[in-house]
Design a protein around this ligand. Sequence first.
Ligand code: ATP
Ligand code: MG
Length: 260
Amino acid sequence: MGAVIRAESVSKRFYLHHNRTGSIKERFLGLFHARHRTERREFWALREVSLQIAAGESVGLVGRNGSGKSTLLKLIAGIYRPTSGQLLVRRDARIGSLIELGVGFHPELTGRENIYLNASIYGLERAQVDAIYDSVVDYAEIGPFMDEPIKNYSSGMVVRLAFAIAVHLDADVLLLDEIFAVGDAEFQRKCERTMQQFLERGKTILFVSHSADAVRQVCGRACVLSHGRLLFDGDVEEGLATYDALLAHEPPAVIDAALL
Ligand SMILES: Nc1ncnc2c1ncn2[C@@H]1O[C@H](COP(=O)(O)OP(=O)(O)OP(=O)(O)O)[C@@H](O)[C@H]1O
Ligand SMILES: [Mg+2]
């Protein structure tokens, strides 16, 4: 099968705001004189990343904090646009994403209302949500809390709900960013089983995790990002070994950013 996601030399630039002095006097002067204002420095979160992901693949994306993993997922999800290069997603591919905890949810609304809200963002009609509602709640195993506003949920409960919705949307591609960071072990095993079934049905997964075991469990290929560059793309064990070597030898990208 052809590529479902294709990145061609994708780069993403952000601007970092750096306050030059921070004193009240300087800030006041900044109202009148440009040279007293905060500086804006460019920062490349991704640099010339090229990769292709075929339908049915499960790709683990690993790298140190700040290496660009979430940025890449957000580009694929269409939340960001590349500064340069091209990011192509197969036209008919529906993308389900769990990128940041709580995105697509409203904290003041109940779990029930958020299921409807979140599913409507994905383009489901009310009747379609009615049809999956019970199954989503069963899957999330947080039934007694469905009429509570989700601001009162624990972070594990929010992830359970978000994952339950994502897997019921019948997406072709699932973008999963550290979904195991807050869930308990039982939930993790359940997610892993669901992901296996998802892959058996020819779907595609892009999985960001800091856990080598989770990547082994879920992925058939690993991509390693370092300072926004794709350092390795291939075999899972080799990818994890490359990442281990980075952990041992390289300061995290976030420190670099601070020094810019
Ligand atoms: N909207 C933004 N504005 C400015 N800088 C940003 C923005 N989003 C990300 N960055 C910067 O881009 C870099 C990559 O961030 P990203 O979130 O992709 O890292 P990550 O690999 O997901 O890290 P982590 O493992 O900590 O989740 C970081 O230095 C971050 O500060
Ligand atoms: Mg991240």
